[in-house]
Design a protein around this ligand. Sequence first.
Ligand SMILES: Nc1ncnc2c1ncn2[C@@H]1O[C@H](COP(=O)(O)OP(=O)(O)OP(=O)(O)O)[C@@H](O)[C@H]1O
Length: 607
Amino acid sequence: MATFRDIVKYYRPYRAIALLSIAAASLFEIVDLAVPYTIGQILNVLSGQPLDALLQKAIDAASALTGMPANKLLSLAVLLSVIFLVTVVRAPIQPWISSWFHWDIALRSRRDYSGKAIEKVLTLPLEFYDENNPGRIAGKVARGIANHTWSYPEIAGQLIPKLGRVLGIFVIIWLIEWRIAILFLISFVFILTFSIKDLKTIIKIEERLDKYAENTESRNSEIITNIKTVKAFATEKQELKRQRERLEREFKVVDYRVHKGYVKLNTWQRTVIQFCVFTVLGLTLAATVGGKISLGHFVTTLTVSSMAYAELEPISNLAEVFARRYASMLRFHEFMQQPSGADSKGVLQSQILSTSTTPYKFTGKVEFCQVSFGYDPSRQVLQDINLLIEPCQTVALVGRSGSGKSTLVKLLFRYFEANRGRILIDGEDIRSLDVTAYRHRLAIVHQEVDIFNGTLLDNLRYGNLNASLEQVQAACRIARLDEVIQQMPQGYHTLVGERGVRLSGGQRQRLGIARALLVDPDILIFDEATSSLDYESERSIQLAMRSILGTRTAIVIAHRLSTVREADKIVVLDRGQIVEVGNHAELLRQEGIYRRLHLLQETGELL
Ligand SMILES: Nc1ncnc2c1ncn2[C@@H]1O[C@H](COP(=O)(O)OP(=O)(O)OP(=O)(O)O)[C@@H](O)[C@H]1O
């Protein structure tokens, strides 16, 4: 569970400058108190009452220095100079000494943590993304960072200096009349203690609210991502109703619990404050009438104590705003504490160093030795997998849905680590290799090929930024994408993705194949690459694949057996185990699962 301390740690790199700027801001707030004090003393000069001893000494010193008599005029001149110093002279200095640094630190920290959040996003394990949708993650990060940025200047530049000012006021009143100072202190402690108690309760509700907001955002993002399904099933009304209910629930908590909580807090605070101001007025007046304090001190005490009580409202507002933001800052911290994936150790460092690390080059021989794996260790998804893939062989993985085909590939990519057994590439355990350099030698064509916003060329070069145009064109020819590109308005420079031309499913897959080829991988994996296409697209992709197979190790996961007929080795998986291995003809003779699947498809039925 994250705490306030964890949040403060975000500013640790700027500790020294933060402490200095907070001290400077507090000092300026305290120096400000010289104004009501000096005005009190001016009143004493004007009404012929004695000045405070220290001030009188200063005036005598000024008289000695200038040769002027220590009269009313000199006293007023000295007092005015004090006011000039702490107001006019201070004015241009204050923003640079205090405000500049508060925002500078907040903005630096925002830059640091935005970078760290992206780092986290890039290194979180894949299963995290299975459990949390993009809307939820993006919302958490955006709210957390924004709230951090706004909170720092308010706390460091306002809340703490204001508390410093209240402390200064207490000292002034103490010097004038300690009994009033005690009353002032008690009232302050009382108000602040009860305010903090109330705020703690409200923070708890805010935490709940933050979770509600996250759920709503998460569903919004799902609606946007799955809008085609929403429209196809005509569930707009249903979605709207559900979101409205969520918003209503959020509103009720915000309005009746949080907002009402703040108004109640404000109500009693104001009443108590006004009562305290009134009491101080009564006591100070009594002390003045009783001759215990001068008229100047009466004015000073009354002014500074009113200033102090007036500070209570902004202090409480700042605390309130902080409380509203606190929950999302804690949640952001919890997100940042998520353990990075085991596969990501050193990923970012090795990417930076990639130019200096020697790239791997494999023949493409892969061995799975007694590999067992379960996402949840108590439920094995793969059991005792033993499989040898020779260099440049084409191996097809076949089996019912959920039999573990994709999981096998995920293990090969090191997205997850096997619970038991080893995976070897050219005889080396893949766990002993640098994960980034190793993955650079692998490429996969997914069923759904991701397109990034940019030109076709950017998308093709995604895995290999150094690929020349000739290499790109050659890869596109093999992937049979060249004829598609020729028809595009700007050829390779046509914008695709979010703000560009929409590509069809088949075109996307061919782009995926060309992109994978440009990496020149030692092992190429086709993950059900043709299962969602029409016959013509499927055929052109099969032709593309045919010209690649045999040039490197290839693993094909396919539901349509027609695409794997020509594989050197077909591996049939069933409930996480290899049950049959052989080529097409051999497996047909075995009269096992493969033959049954084959017959099912021959008769036109889908798996
Ligand atoms: N991230 C995950 N967390 C937990 N269980 C998972 C995860 N991914 C897959 N599984 C489970 O592991 C088993 C094997 O899934 P896998 O995706 O490897 O099968 P598959 O043979 O590729 O299926 P399909 O052909 O339908 O894609 C299934 O029971 C599935 O529910």
